[in-house]
Design a protein around this ligand. Structure first.
Ligand code: ZN
Length: 238
C-alpha cells in the first residue's frame, strides 16, 4: 500500500451494526498509479470495485464484508480526498417532463443513506419449515454477482448470494413456494440491501423534480468517468 495518509472513518451509513465489536475502517486517497490503473476503459466493474477496495482497510473483518452502502460512501471519500473537487455533477439524464438535460450539482452531504432496519449480522428466515441464515448485501456479494450472474438473473439469484449455508436447498425450497409466498421475498431484498436514496434534481427549465439514482454504484465511484449518454446517470467530477 502507498504512503499516502490513512484516514480513520468513525461514522458509516450502516453504523457498523453488522461488524464485530471494535471494528475500524480506514481509507487512503488514490495515488497517481491507482488513478492510471482505474482509468483503463477495459476494466470490468468487479475489478474496479476490487481496486477501490484495495485502498480501504478494515480491522476486525474482511473488506469484502463491508455493507454495500458503506462501500459507496468510502469510494466517494477516496474520490473526494484525492482531487480538489468542490461538488459532484449528476448528469446524463433528461428531465422526465420536458426533456431538458439534467445537470445537477451536489455535495457528499446531500446524499441520504438508508439507515439499517436490522441490528444483527444474520437474519433467519423460514421457507417451508427450513430455516435459512441470510446476511445483508455486502461488497463481496456485489462482486460475486457481477462475476457469476448475468443480467437476466432475478431477485432469487441475488437472495441466494445472501444465504449463509446451503444455497441450493434455498433455491429448491423457494421454487416450491407459491407466487403469494414470494411477496415477502421482495421485501426481504429491500430490507437487506441498504441503499442510498435517490437524489432530487429540479429541472432548470420547467422545475419538475427529477429523481437520480445513485444506489447502483458503477463507474461513477471511480476517480474519473466520462458521461455515457442519456441511458445512464453518471456522477462526474466538478
Ligand atoms: Zn423539465
Amino acid at each position: 500500500m502507498s504512503e499516502l495518509p490513512r484516514i480513520d472513518v468513525r461514522e458509516l451509513p450502516s453504523k457498523g451494526i453488522t461488524y464485530p465489536e471494535g471494528w475500524k475502517v480506514y481509507y487512503r486517497p488514490y495515488s497517481v498509479g491507482d488513478i492510471l490503473a482505474l482509468s483503463q476503459s477495459k476494466l470490468q466493474l468487479g475489478d474496479i470495485y476490487k481496486k477501490i477496495a484495495a485502498g480501504i482497510e478494515t480491522v476486525g473483518f474482511p473488506v469484502e464484508n463491508l455493507l454495500w452502502n458503506d462501500f459507496i460512501l468510502l469510494s466517494l471519500f477516496r474520490k473526494c480526498t484525492s482531487l480538489p473537487i468542490e461538488y459532484f455533477i449528476a448528469d446524463g439524464e433528461k428531465c422526465e417532463k420536458c426533456g431538458e438535460p439534467i445537470d445537477h450539482r451536489f455535495h457528499l452531504e446531500d446524499l441520504d443513506f438508508e439507515e439499517p432496519k436490522f441490528n444483527k449480522n444474520v437474519i433467519i428466515i423460514k421457507v417451508k419449515d427450513v430455516e435459512f441464515r441470510m446476511r445483508p448485501w455486502t461488497l463481496g456479494m456485489e462482486i460475486e454477482k457481477l462475476e457469476t450472474l448475468d443480467e437476466t438473473k432475478g431477485v432469487l439469484d441475488y437472495l441466494k448470494l445472501m444465504v449463509d449455508g446451503d444455497k441450493e436447498l434455498f433455491d429448491k425450497r423457494m421454487r416450491e413456494c407459491t407466487e403469494e409466498a414470494w411477496k415477502p421475498l421482495y421485501q426481504l431484498w429491500s430490507y437487506l440491501f441498504l441503499t442510498v436514496w435517490d437524489l432530487k434534481a429540479p429541472c432548470k427549465k420547467c422545475g419538475t423534480e427529477n429523481k437520480i439514482s445513485v444506489r447502483a454504484g458503477g463507474r461513477r465511484l471511480t476517480p474519473f468517468c466520462r458521461s455515457a449518454g442519456p441511458a445512464e446517470v453518471w456522477i462526474d467530477l466538478g
